[in-house]
Design a protein around this ligand. Structure first.
Ligand code: SF4
Length: 464
């Protein structure tokens, strides 16, 4: 089967009211169509489209814009909604939420500590704080009251919930406690599918289907659920490390390709990777299992998990995942940039150094952090390079002697410092002479290190 045809703004525009009424944020229909094609606005934001007489067009638009991998809400978090198999074909939507299990065998004090640790975990990266997303109470004790107690404790947190339990009777009591939070019911299997489907319908919750390394069985389960009326599904094809790794990756890849390239709606649902299952391979050291789980989760984040359920509570095992996620889920068509202009880093004064960098976010935050490490408060002139790094922007003529001179003049730094020295990134050394000329020979241009990690040493040697 062929891939779904890419929808362009003109296809969409033809079905909009075309009145340019100004009731949406872009204000005109063509711009709204362009935003819809980019998936940066939703049909709900065009009120006239929902009025009487527009039903047929609305239906066509809904069908046209429907992603081949359905977007499903767990609490307030959206998962799935993917349009392409490979990120560079367009972009990925809805960064993979990371859920952490809460076994109902944990003593209360450990349970509360674990919840707190997940809630409070955060890592600063390129100006953002990266965090974990969900809690997954897990029924392992065999005692329904313990599971209920664990769910109650988890529900004190605002994080969305995944209820991990395959016993429908136990699940019902737990879901009744938190139904308004729209938790994910994890999971329906070949054995319990009917009761789980009824719970999903009764409480209006999304439902995960679990059929390990059995794609036919998983698809058949999904087909049955759809026929039963359960529409918000997630699919878990099972995980395994070691000898099962190839099969694991294969299952995820086949499901995603079949949904997007094959257009098979019965598997067009977000994929769950319960890497916590790695820990079921007992008798091994916890560090080994945590390592295996992290390695598997990283692989599956790339191929093509939409939700990952983790067991490890080691910070070192979470870190690669949140950073990888941040890198995969940015829009590859748009460099990540910061606003151009002047920044004061630290308690600057009239003797503080003046440095120059690009507005590529990664470059900016790295340079800013290296300046902080130098303990020399400094002014940093951020040149608008269209979000390109220093090296790329020089090659692409986005950073030139002229753009640097313009940025220095526009910054007003001249009134902030009494010296007249500016430090260029080492890679921009070629601009030294031209920049001095453009600045009327009022400023001495120093050439800084090629790598910003050399800033502390450079300042120690050259800024007395
Ligand atoms: S609200 Fe709808 S009809 Fe009005 S301008 Fe926007 S897209 Fe056009």
């Amino acid at each position: 089967m062929s891939a779904k045809k890419k929808i362009g703004p003109l296809d969409i525009y033809a079905l909009l009211p075309k009145t340019n009424c100004g009731k949406c944020e872009p204000g005109v229909c063509m711009a709204f169509a362009a935003r819809l094609a980019e998936h940066t606005i939703s049909l709900e934001e065009c009120p006239p489209l929902w009025e009487k007489g527009q039903e047929a067009n609305l239906k066509k638009l809904q069908e046209m814009l429907k992603p081949p991998v359905k977007e499903v809400k767990i609490g307030e978090v959206k998962v799935g909604g993917q349009l392409v198999v490979r990120r560079h074909e367009y972009r990925y939507f809805n960064p993979v939420p990371l859920a952490v299990t809460l076994d109902d065998t944990l003593p209360e004090v450990d349970l509360l500590k674990r919840i707190k640790k997940v809630e409070e975990y955060g890592y600063s990266y390129i100006g953002k704080t990266l965090k974990l997303d969900m809690l997954a109470p897990r029924y392992v004790s065999g005692d329904p009251s313990k599971f209920e107690a664990t769910v109650k404790k988890a529900s004190l947190s605002k994080l969305p919930l995944v209820l991990w339990c395959t016993d429908p009777g136990v699940m019902e009591k737990a879901v009744a406690l938190v139904k308004e939070r729209r938790p994910l019911l994890y999971a329906a299997t070949r054995e319990n599918w009917k009761e789980m489907a009824e719970l999903a319908l009764k409480y209006g919750c999304p439902l995960a289907l679990y059929s390990p390394h059995d794609l036919k069985g998983l698809k058949s389960l999904a087909k049955t659920m759809l026929a039963y009326g359960v529409q918000d599904l997630l699919l878990d094809p099972g995980v395994g490390f070691g000898e099962e790794l190839r099969e694991t990756i294969n299952c995820f890849t086949v499901l995603r390709n079949t949904a997007i390239r094959g257009g098979d709606e019965e598997v067009g649902f977000p994929l769950v990777a319960s890497t916590a299952r790695v820990w079921e391979d007992g008798g091994r050291k916890p560090e080994e299992l945590a390592w295996e789980e992290t390695a598997l989760a990283t692989l599956l984040m790339v191929r093509y998990a939409d939700l990952i359920i983790l067991r490890s509570e080691e910070v070192w095992s979470w870190l690669p995942l949140i950073i990888l996620r941040e890198n995969i889920y940015t829009d590859p068509r748009k460099p990540v940039s910061v606003e151009a202009g002047m920044r004061a880093i630290g308690q600057v004064n009239e003797n503080s150094p003046v440095m120059v960098t690009s507005n590529f976010a990664l470059t900016y935050f790295t340079v800013a952090s290296d300046i902080e490490n130098s303990k020399v408060p400094s002014y940093l002139i951020v040149v608008d390079t269209g979000g390109l790094s220093v090296e790329s922007s020089i090659a692409g003529r986005k950073m030139t002697a002229q753009t640097i001179a313009d940025a220095i003049k526009a910054s007003g730094v001249k009134d902030k410092v009494k010296h007249r020295k500016v430090i260029l990134p080492g890679m921009a050394a070629r601009y030294k002479g031209e920049l001095e000329e453009l600045l009327g020979f009022e400023w001495e241009v120093l050439v800084g290190p090629r790598d910003s990690s050399g800033i502390p040493k450079f300042l120690a040697d050259h800024w007395k």
